[in-house]
Write a protein that binds this ligand. Structure first.
Ligand code: THU
Length: 284
């Protein structure tokens, strides 16, 4: 698995960074993690429209309904935004029991939206508060591969590309206006392989939206095909952190991701390239 960030001693942090690290530890003691017993704390510095900086913090808050859980990073982020501090410059995170576990895909998506590419990320990696120093931009890198033309693909991949583009037209996208299709190739416990397709399904309550990628993965898992080998999705880099996190659960780090262009060309990446140093089941 790729790692993210440069090991930096606590004594080498500047004072604003040390304060953030201390705050992340402190807020992690207030985590509501009765389901996972996995407390997380996050602290960030954000700037408002007047150029004023302020520090915010958050812990994870779990719910009987698993999906209603909010992670520490997003808790800190939404608290800052509610006060008008929408531009993040520094973020510190600690997984109290497992220092070094890095932000999940959903949190990466939110941090990336409100943090500039070069915003500082301090991932506390041990109980002495040493950190892995990275940037928020590194959390969700774009694929850098060359586009491969349709005519050069193996025929099974051409079939997948055709199906992805058919799925696009089935989308229900009155709110996002972003029609998308996805196909996964998945294996069951016996090693048999099958394809499952998904389409973008918006919901008036935006959070209830099912992305094409998640739909395809859910169809495969529901049929007992839990080992996702390949995910093909329409668009150049439309996969958001949430979908990558879902793929991480079932795909392993080597899952292939194919971005299918409107001209049927394909750009390849692996999950590990798109979600480096990811948060996965082994952290819990
Ligand atoms: N969690 C976070 O707070 N941040 C992350 O980036 C990963 C996961 C929380 C959510 C849940 O309460 C527990 O850790 C187990 O996933």
């Amino acid at each position: 698995m790729s790692t993210l960030g440069l090991l930096t001693k606590h004594s080498d942090l500047v004072s604003v960074e040390r304060d953030l690290v201390a705050l992340a530890w402190d807020v992690s003691t207030r985590a509501h993690c009765f389901q996972s017993n996995f407390p997380v704390g996050a602290a960030l510095v954000a700037v408002n429209a007047a150029g004023v900086s302020k520090t915010f913090s958050g812990c994870n808050v779990e719910n009987d309904s698993f999906a209603a859980t909010i992670c520490a990073e997003r808790n800190a982020a939404t608290t800052a935004i509610a006060e008008g501090f929408t531009c993040f410059t520094h973020v510190a995170v600690v997984c109290r029991k497992h220092p070094g576990g890095s932000p999940c895909g959903l949190c990466r998506q939110v941090l990336r939206q409100f943090g500039s590419r070069d915003a500082v990320l301090l991932n506390i990696c041990d109980h002495d508060s040493n950190v892995l120093r990275a940037t928020v931009g590194e959390l969700l890198p774009a694929p850098s591969g060359k586009a491969e033309p349709y005519c050069g693909l193996h025929y099974t991949e051409r079939q997948i590309v055709d199906r992805v583009l058919r799925q696009v037209s089935l989308s229900h996208v009155p709110y996002s206006k972003k029609a998308r299709g996805a196909v996964v190739v998945a294996a069951n416990a016996e090693g048999d392989r099958k394809r499952y397709a998904g389409t973008q399904v918006d919901n008036a309550s935006y959070g209830g939206t099912m992305s094409a990628e998640r739909g395809a993965i859910a169809a495969a898992v529901s049929a007992g095909y839990k080992n996702i080998l390949k995910l093909a999705v329409s668009g150049e880099n439309p996969i958001d952190g949430e979908c990558l996190q879902v793929l991480r659960e079932f795909g392993g780090l080597t899952a292939d991701v194919l971005f299918v262009g409107a001209d049927k060309s394909v750009v390849r990446a692996t999950l590990d390239q798109l979600l480096p140093d990811s948060f996965g089941p082994e952290s819990l």
